[in-house]
Design a protein around this ligand. Structure first.
Ligand SMILES: [Zn+2]
Length: 371
């Protein structure tokens, strides 16, 4: 063997060893790295498809019956087919050199997907340096819930409902909201409040502030009131057309802020114009999530406080309209009921309710983050 051949052989060996090593991922906008584990299968380099989740927060959907895997990363959809050495992107096939492999129910895709396909299709987001076995990429979008918007109802010139012995709704809900905020922050979540003092904020401004802050959950906190002094219990609403006459009464009560404090019929018209119909659509996108969040909070309130369970309901609250996130309105109890008002003004009971709302939010978050 001449020297030239030996060198060539050694180079080949090195490149072979090199290829079997893991691939490093460096995020250009974050001081953080990841590793994609490479597996040698019959002399070819593969990666477990879930490595894409680790490196790019990809959403992976294995459709075993259709024999295909949907992979969504950086909001782009890729489709892998069993027994095919092509990946489909925008209805175009791209060659990944080898067929994808299933071993013990785990799917492996050829390394070419991350070293060639991604850098060529998403060239502004991903690049690959074959010499260094290094991928440089934008840090992936983390869609887990990190920011919660809490909206204590009423405030300032608007006291909200007035209790059996004169308690103001605005004060009770402020206390509860601050407590929920404290608990969420202890969990490492960011919390934004629509108001943190006794000030008046219009319903429209409350929604807008939540959207602008790019919050991911919207919880409006209220006390209920009724002409019937015996009415009692907790209920949680999500936005929709009011389905029962009772729901319509609560809807009218919470929406009356607009007529009373935001400039009468003129202001009311503002909420009912076309813009707001469109904004209803924004919320309707999150209907299922909102209903889920409502159920989780309601279940926790009932379990923690033993309050009478009035259930989860739907109504058309202005404050939830136009919110681009799962949104609910919690009615923690009736301050028009003598007994319930007595409980609601106590710090201990307010803390119990706050704990329950917090538990509901966390349980929703845990489920949502896994999806
Ligand atoms: Zn209210």
């Amino acid at each position: 063997m001449c020297l030239k051949k030996i060198v060539l052989f050694l180079l080949l060996m090195i490149s072979f060893i090199h290829l079997s090593a893991d691939i490093k991922v460096e995020y250009v906008d974050k001081n953080h790295t990841e590793k994609i584990a490479i597996k040698d299968i019959e002399g070819k380099n593969y990666l477990n498809v879930y490595e894409l989740n680790k490196a790019f927060k990809a959403y992976i959907d294995e459709d075993v019956t259709e024999q295909r895997i949907n992979v969504n990363l950086y909001n782009k959809q890729f489709l892998f087919l069993m027994n095919s050495s092509y990946v489909s992107f925008n209805n175009q096939p791209y060659n990944i050199k080898h067929e994808i492999i299933c071993i013990d129910g785990r799917y492996f895709i050829p390394v070419e997907f991350v070293t060639h396909i991604l850098p060529s299709l998403l060239d502004e987001i991903v690049s690959y340096d074959s010499g260094k076995q290094l991928i440089k990429a934008h840090s992936p979008v983390d869609s887990s819930i990190r920011r919660v918007y809490l909206d204590p109802g009423h405030g300032g010139k608007d006291p909200g409902a007035i209790g059996y012995s004169g308690t103001y709704e605005k004060n009770i809900v402020m206390n509860i909201t601050r407590e929920v905020k404290k608990l969420l922050e202890q969990e490492g979540l960011e919390v934004i409040l629509s108001r943190d003092t006794d000030e008046f904020v219009s319903l429209k401004d409350r929604t807008e502030k939540g959207n602008q802050a790019k919050s991911q959950i919207f919880v409006s906190i209220h006390c209920n009131a009724s002409k019937s002094k015996t009415a009692q219990g907790a209920e949680v609403y999500f936005l929709s057309t009011a389905t029962t006459s009772e729901a319509r009464i609560v809807e009218a009560l919470e929406n009356s802020v607009v007529e009373k404090y935001e400039g009468g019929a003129q202001a009311l018209k503002k909420y009912d114009d076309l813009d707001y119909i469109l904004m209803d659509l924004a919320q309707s996108e999150h209907l299922e999530e909102s209903s889920d969040l409502a159920m989780k909070i309601q279940a926790n309130i009932v379990a923690t406080t033993k309050a009478y369970n009035r259930g989860v309901k739907q109504a058309g609250f202005y404050v939830l309209r136009g919110a681009y996130m799962p949104s609910v309105l919690v009615e923690v109890g009736f301050i028009s009921n003598r007994e319930e008002e007595k409980k609601l003004i106590k710090t201990d009971y307010q803390k119990k309710i706050a704990q329950a709302i917090f538990n509901g939010i966390v349980s929703f978050k845990n489920k949502f983050d896994q999806m």
